[in-house]
Ligand binder design. Structure first.
Ligand code: AHR
Length: 516
């Protein structure tokens, strides 16, 4: 009897040691039973006329000693092609509602100059306009997503821009496009009807915007081979009333999607947002709390959309997301230039897992903002270029593009800091056309490894391989001096155990596994 009690106590002690010292455990179940596709457009990008996103990012000075086509930087293009960016949203952002497309066509020297009132008050010379943007998209082999001006533009102006882009008639506006060097219609399909119409795009009420949307959309015409996918300016974060009013008043057949904008702000305050590179564990934890809010937002907005559109014709388009920190000290605060750490990679991976898991409704998204602005994939300094930790997440996750979504059930421990808890692990899974299963797992806990045992239904596999992104500290970054500090590595911590997959996720890591 005594011996039995001791054995029990021993087992308990071992269990406690295992939980505290040697990492924790969880389970994951993945089902092959699904009809949903993870749209590649979830992996989209956003580039605004803001700071050094376009000028000094994509579009550089003629004298810069890098390979270029016209003034488009080709090392940047090659890096983005590698991760298969599916779409690029342009010209804004807030800039879109003060942009007049005619200023950006014709001989560059004759284009008017304007002040970029939203972003630093700098002079915009309009050297990057419609043709340059579409040349960039063609080099990137991605779809253009143009945001039209509702705030300070007119219905006729938007209507003519679409005709200029997509029509093959002999109208005067089309002849102008031909004269400007593009005889063939561009066939742009993704079309934003305004941006943040609740704020910088016109400070409208949702009812007023819904009426404006219908008016603008009525004159945004389809041309041969270019059926427009019109995206309504949707809610700011948790403004559920905006979604309700738009869904109630705009017929589903008039809109391809409703946008949602939500930024992860480390402190949760639009004042002092928090540093991109110097933060405590407590600040890291709060940032992750704010990042995980995306799950609640997508769930609640989707539930409202389900009421009016149960067949899910209208996409939720999260076309601005990412971490927004204080700008790097010494930079123009209006340029929103911030560094990018391992923390930001964990944010990107977690957010993309949320989108994958909601891919029945979330069919498009755009990270803000590709190069040199907010949560960037790439940072540049004159001819130097560095890939950020976030870039590597998009590289790892490209396997999910247009793959079959696999439903998951995850049961994993919490990550606890100062008595507050969040789920330590998040995941998503898909199966590609060749039958390969890809599983992406994130461990947000910065101290403890976590072992996840995965079971499968309706999925057969024999081999596992993988890639991992991690680093010694969540504050680690890639710099122009040390561009390769954080990079992808082969992952060997996953094993087949009978028909189960056992994977040990190191602390603060992102792992993508391939099963075939
Ligand atoms: O991405 C920066 C800005 O954030 C965009 O211009 C605007 O749409 C949003 O408020």
């Amino acid at each position: 009897m005594k011996k039995k009690t001791l054995t029990c106590l021993g087992a308990l002690a071992l269990c406690v040691i295992t939980m505290r010292g040697f990492g924790q455990t969880g389970t994951l179940n993945i089902s092959g039973d699904s009809k949903t596709t993870i749209s590649k457009h979830i992996y989209g990008q956003f580039a605004e006329h803001l700071g050094h996103g376009i000028y000094g990012g994509f579009w550089v000075d003629k004298s810069l000693p890098v390979k270029k086509q016209d003034r488009i930087r080709l090392d940047v293009v090659e890096a983005l092609k590698k991760i298969k960016i599916p779409n690029l949203r342009w010209p804004g952002g807030c800039f879109a509602d003060e942009y007049h497309w005619r200023d950006g066509i014709g001989p560059a020297a004759q284009r008017p100059r304007m002040v970029n009132t939203n972003w630093g008050g700098v002079t915009e010379d309009n050297s990057f306009g419609t043709h340059e943007f579409l040349e960039l998209c063609s080099l990137l082999k991605c779809e253009p997503y143009v945001a039209g001006n509702v705030g300070s533009g007119t219905v006729d102006e938007m209507s003519k821009w679409i005709e200029y882009l997509n029509s093959n008639s002999t109208s005067t506006v089309v002849k102008e496009r031909v004269k400007n060097g593009h005889p063939e219609p561009y066939k742009v399909s993704f079309w934003g009807v305004g941006n943040e119409s609740w704020g910088c795009g016109g400070n409208m009420t949702p009812q007023f915007y819904a009426d404006q949307f219908k008016r603008y959309a009525s004159f945004a015409k389809d041309y041969p081979g270019a059926k427009l996918k019109k995206i309504a300016s949707g809610p700011n974060a948790d403004d559920y009333n905006w979604t309700e009013v738009c869904m109630k008043n705009i017929p589903a057949h008039m809109m391809y999607g409703l946008s949602l904008h939500y930024y992860t702000i480390p402190t949760g305050s639009w004042g002092k947002k928090g540093s991109a590179t110097a933060f405590t564990e407590g600040e890291y934890f709060n940032t992750m709390v704010n990042c995980l809010k995306m799950e609640e937002l997508v769930t609640k907005h989707s539930a409202i959309m389900d009421k009016y559109d149960p067949e899910k014709h209208v996409a939720l388009v999260v076309d601005e997301w990412g971490v927004w920190t204080d700008p790097e000290p010494g930079t123009n605060p209006g340029f929103l230039y911030q560094q990018n750490s391992l923390r930001d990679a964990l944010i990107a991976a977690t957010t993309l897992n949320i989108f994958n898991n909601h891919s029945d409704r979330v069919k498009m998204a755009a990270l803000a903002q590709t190069i040199n602005v907010l949560q960037s994939l790439i940072l540049t300094d004159k001819e130097k270029m560095v890939l950020t930790p976030t870039y590597y997440i998009f590289d790892m996750y490209k396997v999910h593009q247009d793959a079959k979504y696999l439903p998951i059930k995850l049961d994993a421990p919490d990550y606890e800091v100062d008595g507050k808890k969040i789920p330590a692990v998040n995941a998503s899974a898909s199966q590609d056309a060749a039958g390969k299963v890809h599983i992406s797992l994130v461990n947000l806990d910065i101290h403890k490894p976590i072992t996840i045992t995965t079971g499968f239904s309706d999925i057969k596999w024999t081999n596992v391989s993988g890639q991992i992104l991690t680093s010694a500290n969540v504050t680690n970054i890639n710099t122009f001096q040390d561009p390769d500090k954080i990079h992808l590595s082969n992952f060997t911590g996953a094993k087949k155990d009978g028909d189960k997959l056992v994977v040990t996720l190191p602390a603060k890591s992102v792992v993508t596994l391939e099963l075939n």
